[in-house]
Design a protein around this ligand. Structure first.
Ligand code: SF4
Length: 430
């Protein structure tokens, strides 16, 4: 191993490490080399979490799990990770099926509608875009997928090495969602499943926690249902049937809350431990990263983690520059804007005047709550647009399309003096 490597030495296209970035990387690397374990890392926004994961992938097997497809693409585009998305993101290429679906249902099937189980039985499996992407991601040293994907994918769960959980403070919620199962009475009738035996369970649609007996009853019902339904080549219910099968296997691994509503049945897991156990099963080291972990104890408990280490890095920007500033602007409510359409322009000017006070070497992102506001601030208020342009001619606005939005990253790498605007979910890219 190289002593004191630079980011370039570890395959990262950055000129230097950010404060504490190398130390965090090294702590996790050393932990893994010494037998592994769980480690919570509180890394503030701007500390370069993605680079830490990418550096670990230089000589270790690394799987990163993230919340969104946008973040997933970021790992692929900036750090050369092999990514795998959900089946619905890949087209089916079996021509007979595609033609039949298009003529019969006016729909284009995706890999989520695949009727082969296992998929490799398909005559064109070797060229199936989903299978190809899955095989590459499974065998790559640096892979990334979503929480949703890792929760149901055996190959990803079987990967050995380091697991990096991004935005780990939301991990429990994501993993619990994976254990949710909803089926409508309409679907039960359409699939000719046996009648649901627990329809009186829980009063007033409020639901209740299932006992071992009710779980066993639900399991019997699912077993009988799965015997009746079959994976039909041209059935639009393939996804539902596959979900039924997966849920059946999971039912006795957890405690469940069951709610019977007017039109549907909802099963919700009470904790995330069973999925977390599967996800952690083959990993030597699990790094749980977030800017807001706080006390790791409750999170560790919810995920079934008993022993762990912690690491906390100071914020890369001095506290005196991280204050919350109230610029005292009027609310941009629909009513206010109807009476005072000039408020948008005023707000843009106020923001710009405030930004101008900071050192010209700083970069930044104006975050709004909707794309409409991005458009309004960015294109219909010439004041701020003109004001930003002289500052640096390559400053630009992020607009609706992801393709355009991706230009933010290379632009901000070229120069620190860039100002963009985006809706809040994208602010994590900064
Ligand atoms: S494996 Fe399934 S999704 Fe892929 S091409 Fe064949 S039928 Fe379509």
């Amino acid at each position: 191993m190289i002593t004191n490597p630079s980011p370039h030495d570890l395959g990262i296209n950055h000129p230097s490490w950010r404060p504490n970035q190398y130390e965090t990387y090294k702590t996790v690397h050393d932990l893994n080399s010494n037998g592994g374990g769980f480690i919570f890392a509180e890394c503030p926004t701007g500390s370069g979490k993605s680079s830490i994961a990418a550096a670990l992938g230089y000589d270790k097997n690394v799987l990163v799990v993230v919340h969104t497809l946008a973040l997933l693409s970021q790992y692929r585009d900036n750090y050369d990770f092999s990514i795998i998305k959900g089946r619905q993101e890949y087209p089916c290429i079996l021509s007979e099926k595609v033609n039949t679906w298009q003529s019969k249902f006016s729909l284009t099937p995706t890999a989520a509608d695949c009727h082969f189980d296992p998929m490799h039985k398909c005559p064109v499996a070797v060229a199936c875009p989903y299978i190809v992407a899955k095989d590459i991601a499974t065998n790559s040293q640096k892979s990334a997928c979503t929480y949703r994907y890792v929760g149901v994918s055996r190959p990803m769960q079987d990967r050995t090495g380091i697991l990096v959980m991004d935005e780990a403070h939301d991990a429990v919620e994501e993993l619990i969602k994976l254990n949710e199962f909803v089926i409508t009475f309409k679907t039960i009738r359409r699939l000719r499943m046996p009648p649901f035996p627990l329809w009186e369970f829980g009063k007033d649609n409020r639901g209740a926690v299932m006992s071992d007996t009710t779980i066993a009853t639900a399991q019997t019902w699912l077993r009988l249902a799965l015997k009746k339904v079959k994976l039909d080549e041209y059935s639009k219910d393939v996804k539902t049937i596959l979900r039924l099968g997966r849920f059946y296997k999971r039912l006795d691994e957890n405690k469940w809350f069951l709610q019977i509503e007017k039109d549907k049945i909802l099963f919700r897991a009470l904790d995330a431990k069973s999925v977390a156990k599967e996800v952690f099963r083959s990993k030597s080291t699990v790094l749980l990263m977030s800017a807001t972990i706080g006390d790791p104890k409750p999170l560790a408990k919810s995920l079934g983690i008993e022993e762990y280490e912690t690491i906390s890095t100071p914020h890369p920007i001095a506290k005196k520059y991280r204050r919350v500033h109230d610029l005292k602007m009027p609310s941009l409510s629909a009513r206010n804007l109807k009476e005072h359409p000039e408020y948008y322009r005023q707000q843009a000017e106020t923001i710009w005047n405030w930004i101008s006070k900071f050192p010209p070497s700083w970069r930044g992102l104006i975050v709004t709550t909707s794309f409409e506001e991005v458009s309004c601030i960015g294109s219909s208020t010439p004041t701020i647009r003109e004001a930003i342009s002289p500052r640096r001619p390559w400053a630009f606005w992020l607009r609706r399309s992801t393709a355009t939005a991706w230009r933010w990253k290379p632009a901000r790498s070229r120069t620190p003096n860039t100002v963009g605007t985006s809706v809040s979910p994208w602010a994590r890219w900064v």
